[in-house]
Structure formats: structure tokens, C-alpha cells
Design a protein around this ligand. Structure first.
Ligand code: ADP
Ligand code: ADP
Length: 228
């Protein structure tokens, strides 16, 4: 455990739960600014592998294109490896992982192996029809990963990243038919995690259907209110 001014600092592991488009990535980027924890997004890790044309990236892409989950064994190994790096000893903001009960159990085992545990699970809730609207107009920067939305969070200049001038792009899996499948997969395979973490007393529901800054305020309160 790390020490700050002589006192041991408890590591903080936060799992951001919520359907595709709920605002996990948007909120994690802002939360990081005041928490200084690594943001571990399983979807970003897969996309990074694909960009580098690794076997894992090519295997994952076949599932991602259909809006299905990548098999648990591959996903768990990739995230557990990431969590074992030194920058995660003080905690991490997990975004998009776990997405199944098997992944949640594997995460507990990996953290418990080093005497660590999840502190809080904010679940960002947004009605399905709003999610479809958000994802169909989601744009990203290929350089810094900044997220934009044509109506709700537009860049200063259309198609260009405010941070670095990168040319914004849309994700292939944000097509309406793939989005519908991803939402169905969320309700079937991921939503059981809501009960799972509620029973453990660490789930906090966050209303994601409000302006980005208000969601962030609620999220900060949820994370600060939990000592874990
Ligand atoms: P979103 O922004 O919609 O929440 P992500 O970027 O988290 O989406 O994930 C994109 C895709 O990557 C998913 O549809 C799935 O195919 C794959 N993926 C990401 N995380 C996981 C996971 N924990 N388990 C299985 N597949 C995953
Ligand atoms: P997730 O990571 O959960 O899939 P994102 O953070 O990528 O979600 O957000 C999906 C889209 O919705 C992005 O285009 C983002 O700019 C937009 N968005 C995020 N939060 C809000 C919000 N509170 N209100 C309106 N649009 C939002």
C-alpha cells in the first residue's frame, strides 16, 4: 500500500457500469482529472490491439463488428494483465469491464490476490431511445480519444478535435443495427451485474440522462462518498 504524509492510502477501484452510450467514457475522462487514476476501457484496449493488428485484436474485431461480446477468456486475460501494471497499484477507473458475471468474478479474484477490492460501482442509467440517438452521432478523435456528439457536445469546428486538430471519425459499431444488438446484449449479459453489485452494497445509480456536468457532479459525489 502507498503512503501519503505517513498515512497508508487505500487503493480505489471504481467500476463504471452502464449501457453503450450512457457516457462512461465521457465521464471517466473528466473524473480522471481530479482522481489521477488510470482509465482502463476494455473497448479501447481491443481497438488499440486492432490498430496494431495483433492476433487478439483481429480475433476480438469479429465479435465487435457484430456488436457481440468478445469471449470471457480473452477479455479477462487482457484486462487482468493491464491491472497488474504498476500504475494500477493506487487504483483504477474501469470502463466497460466487467460485462458478464464471469468477468466480475475474475476481477474479484485478481484484485483479492493482492489484497485489493472494488470500492464503488456507479451505474449510469439512460433510456434506450436516448442511447441510440447518442451513439448514431458519436464522433471521436483518433489522436487523443476525445468524445464528441454533433448536438450534445460538438467540437468548436465541425469534424476537427478541439485538443489537437485530429480529424474526427465514427466507430463502425455505432451503426444503428449494431447499436440495437449491443443494447440487447447489454440487457441480456451485462445487466445482471446491477443485482450482483447491489447485493454487495456497492452499486450507486446515477441518472445519466442529464447534462454532462450534472452527471459528473453526481458521479464525483458517489465516488467520494465511498471510502473503498
Ligand atoms: P461502448 O462505448 O458502447 O460502451 P466499448 O468501447 O466499451 O463500447 O466496447 C466496444 C465493443 O468491444 C463491445 O461491443 C464488445 O464487442 C467489445 N468489448 C468491450 N469490452 C468488453 C468486455 N468487457 N467483454 C466483452 N467484450 C467487450
Ligand atoms: P459510453 O462510453 O458509455 O459508450 P460515451 O461517453 O462514448 O458513452 O458517450 C456516447 C455519446 O453520447 C458521445 O457522443 C458523447 O459525446 C455523448 N454524451 C455523453 N454523455 C452525454 C450526456 N450526459 N448528454 C448528452 N450526450 C452525452
Amino acid at each position: 500500500m502507498e503512503e501519503k504524509q505517513g498515512k497508508p492510502v487505500e487503493p480505489k477501484y471504481v467500476v463504471l457500469l452502464g449501457p453503450p452510450g450512457a457516457g462512461k467514457g465521457t465521464q471517466a475522462a473528466r473524473l480522471r482529472e481530479n482522481m489521477d487514476l488510470p482509465h482502463i476501457a476494455s473497448g479501447d484496449l481491443f481497438r488499440e490491439h486492432l490498430k496494431n493488428k495483433t492476433d487478439l485484436g483481429l480475433k476480438a474485431n469479429a465479435f465487435m463488428e457484430r456488436g457481440e461480446l468478445v469471449p470471457d477468456d480473452v477479455t479477462i486475460a487482457m484486462v487482468v494483465d493491464r491491472l497488474s501494471r504498476p500504475d494500477c497499484v493506487r487504483g483504477a477507473l474501469l470502463d466497460g469491464f466487467p460485462r458478464t458475471i464471469a468477468q466480475a468474478e475474475a476481477l474479484d479474484r485478481a484484485l483479492a490476490g493482492d489484497g485489493r477490492k472494488i470500492g464503488v460501482v456507479p451505474c449510469i442509467t439512460v433510456p434506450d431511445e436516448v442511447l441510440v440517438e447518442r451513439l448514431s452521432d458519436r464522433w471521436l478523435c483518433p489522436i487523443c480519444g476525445e468524445l464528441y456528439h454533433v448536438l450534445f457536445s460538438p467540437p468548436r469546428q465541425p469534424g476537427v478535435c478541439d485538443n489537437d486538430g485530429g480529424e474526427l471519425y465514427q466507430r463502425d459499431d455505432d451503426k444503428p443495427e449494431t447499436v440495437r444488438n449491443r443494447l440487447a446484449v447489454y440487457w441480456e449479459q451485462t445487466s445482471p451485474l446491477i443485482d450482483h453489485y447491489t447485493r454487495r452494497g456497492i452499486l450507486v445509480e446515477i441518472n445519466g440522462d442529464q447534462p454532462i456536468d450534472m452527471v459528473q457532479a453526481d458521479l464525483r459525489a458517489a465516488v467520494a462518498g465511498n471510502p473503498g
